[in-house]
Design a protein around this ligand. Sequence first.
Ligand code: GRG
Length: 316
Amino acid sequence: MTSTKDQKTLSTAQVHSLQREAPFDLSTYLAERQAQVEAALDSSLPLTYPEKIYESMRYSLLAGGKRLRPILCLATCELAGGTIEMAMPTACALEMIHTMSLIHDDLPAMDNDDYRRGKLTNHKVYGEDIAILAGDGLLAYAFEYVAKETKGVPAEQVLQVIARLGRAVGAAGLVGGQVVDLECEGKLDTSLETLNFIHTHKTGALLEACVVCGAVLAGAEAADLQRLSRYAQNIGLAFQIVDDILDITATQEELGKTAGKDVQAQKATYPRLWGLEQSQRQAQQLVDEAKAELASFEERAIPLMAIADFITNRTH
Ligand code: GRG
């Protein structure tokens, strides 16, 4: 006959075994990671003097969003054998950089948008001067945060992360993509090559940094970094194709920002080039190719596989 203590031990083991066998559920996974990221972001940027700028930075940083970039960084760190704690400062920095790019993108000098993440844009609330500075403040703080807050990772790997982040945001990444995007506004004959350049830089470069930096922090080998980089490049382009599709098919409520902006601004987009159906097919093909890059990671890649599928299935 088993004692009460044995029964308790047995049932805990059973629970663990059941947990191991439970199928992976992306919604649960994303909700859990989103909650961790929200808490980390909230404590990363306390409100201090001069309050006005910190308030403006916090307004956009804590305005919600899918938190896809930090979640990708945490997922690849875990895939490569690291921990969430090792990657959280970089994950927060990636969301700070993404948020600053949204603040600047929404400015009257760029896309001139009134809504973002279901709320008024930063410049609508705080004025253009403060919105520009809030973006600058977030960008600078992202680098400080990685350098100061990353714990338990060799300095050489942290340096690599900082270098990769710098490349992803500068003229070789987001800034370069945005410049070509602005140049192409109103040019409906923009080639596929130029469209791909815009999006591999504007959207793909930061997504690639998310995926690769997580693995760098965990000390992944060069061959794995290359596989993960190809995965990220494919999901980055698929993400943008779906973004273009949703601009046409989704409502303002679903998007949290003005719908139909691309057509209104006469932007070259994938649906304009290929039509909606072929755009959806191309996005699916890129997601399939992305998932194929993960084969050698076996079950460790389940979250990244599911995130790739989420990209083509998302509605906002
Ligand atoms: C980076 C120095 C520096 C300057 C910014 C304005 C600019 C240069 C670049 C534009 C980058 C940009 C806004 C790209 C679009 C990326 C994109 C698809 C955003 C939407 O991402 P989601 O759907 O948004 O993940 P949420 O709100 O869920 O985070």
